[in-house]
Design a protein around this ligand. Structure first.
Ligand code: ADP
Ligand code: MG
Length: 347
């Protein structure tokens, strides 16, 4: 049974950066305004995320790492939205099957923090005492500590790159979430090193956060545009529920023709989750063909909000590629707007 659970967990948690992404999203869901990350050995030895969010009630700790345990379903309709990414309530459970997971947490209402450790979906006994949360000192918020990731799944472990490669994937995920959440302060560092490799202030802007992370050259050549669907008379909408099709909006930051780089940087968030779409990436790259010199590539950050019901719930969590209804039209519309802005800039 636990072997099967481990394999299933490895399907959801592929590598340190995917564990981190899940934990990060939980901190964001918890309303954190500060997120501090410490990494040891590319996340294989240690992945620690400290937030100042709402915390977890002591009473919820015993079942925290059981599968499908979630505090995020309040009504049945919510279920549709929450299953959008296909594995709600499975992140901490999955992590507990492939690592040593410890949670230290304090809500505002608690007088002290509570600490609990988990293995294979269950809270475990530590130092011979009963399996219940231990009182300890701590600030409001939650510290998630993941140690020895994939210690019991050698195949998963051997599929990883070296620790510096895994660390740079982690930094990449943190950087992207930092840009998408400029109001939140992020930091990420290697355990033992004094200076963080990434740090962003709170209450900042997208442009400032991009300057902070990707650098001044990108930031100064950035264009910001909001994109909405064509109005219904402009578009021939047929056979589709009008509400669903027209209700989306996007915000884009993309480099102008002065900015040139060897590799495209593309950040895509759909409903505030970091996702990948190679189709959309290709479409955006092709706009720049003829605008940028040959061999040059742009930076594009796109935040798309669509009706959660339109995101394909059947996509397996391991497939990071996202698909959504009306993808082609939305991509087309976004490409058209960006193209027009760029062509205007070029004149
Ligand atoms: P989900 O996010 O889909 O609910 P997870 O396995 O990621 O499932 O998390 C399980 C539950 O643990 C969450 O619903 C939430 O109640 C709680 N939780 C996890 N991380 C945090 C956090 N950093 N702050 C507050 N609550 C958290
Ligand atoms: Mg989660």
């Amino acid at each position: 049974q636990s072997v099967i659970n481990r394999i299933a967990a490895g399907e959801i948690i592929h590598r340190p950066s995917s564990a981190l992404k899940e934990i990060l999203e939980n901190s964001l869901d918890a309303g954190a305004t500060s997120i501090r990350i410490t990494i040891k050995d590319g996340g294989m030895k240690l992945l620690q995320i400290q937030d100042n969010g709402c915390g977890i009630r002591k009473a919820d700790l015993p079942i925290l790492a059981e599968r499908f345990t979630t505090s995020k379903i309040s009504a049945f309709q919510d279920l549709e939205k929450l299953t959008t990414y296909g594995f709600r309530g499975e992140a901490l459970a999955s992590i507990s099957y492939v690592s040593n997971l410890t949670v230290t947490t304090k809500t505002k209402a608690d007088a002290c923090a509570w600490k609990a450790s988990y293995v294979d979906g269950a809270m475990i006994v530590k130092d011979g005492s009963a399996a219940e949360p231990k009182a300890c000192a701590g600030n409001d918020g939650t510290i998630i500590t993941v140690e020895n990731l994939f210690y019991n799944t050698p195949a998963r472990l051997s599929a990883l790159r070296g620790s510096s490669e895994e660390y740079s994937r982690i930094l990449d995920v943190v950087t992207k979430y930092a840009i998408h959440n400029p109001q939140i302060s992020f930091s990420c560092k290697k355990s033992g090193s004094a200076a963080p490799d990434l740090t962003t202030p709170s209450e900042s802007s997208v442009r400032n956060t991009i300057r902070h992370t990707y650098g001044q050259t990108i930031a100064k050549d950035l264009i910001h545009t909001e994109i909405k669907p064509l109005t219904v008379d402009e578009e021939e909408v047929m056979d589709v529920d009008e509400d669903d099709v027209t209700k989306w909006s996007a915000e884009a930051y993309f480099t102008n023709p002065n900015y040139q780089a060897k590799k495209t940087v593309f950040l895509l968030f759909i409903n505030h989750r970091l996702v990948e779409s190679s189709r959309m990436k290709k479409a955006l790259e092709s706009i720049y063909v003829g605008i940028l010199p040959k061999g040059s590539s742009p930076f594009v950050y796109l935040s798309l909000e669509i009706n959660p019901r339109l995101v394909d719930v059947n996509v397996h969590p391991t497939k990071r590629e996202v698909h959504f209804l009306d993808e082609e039209n939305i991509t087309q519309r976004i490409s058209d707007v960006i193209h027009d802005v760029l062509v205007g800039q070029n004149q």
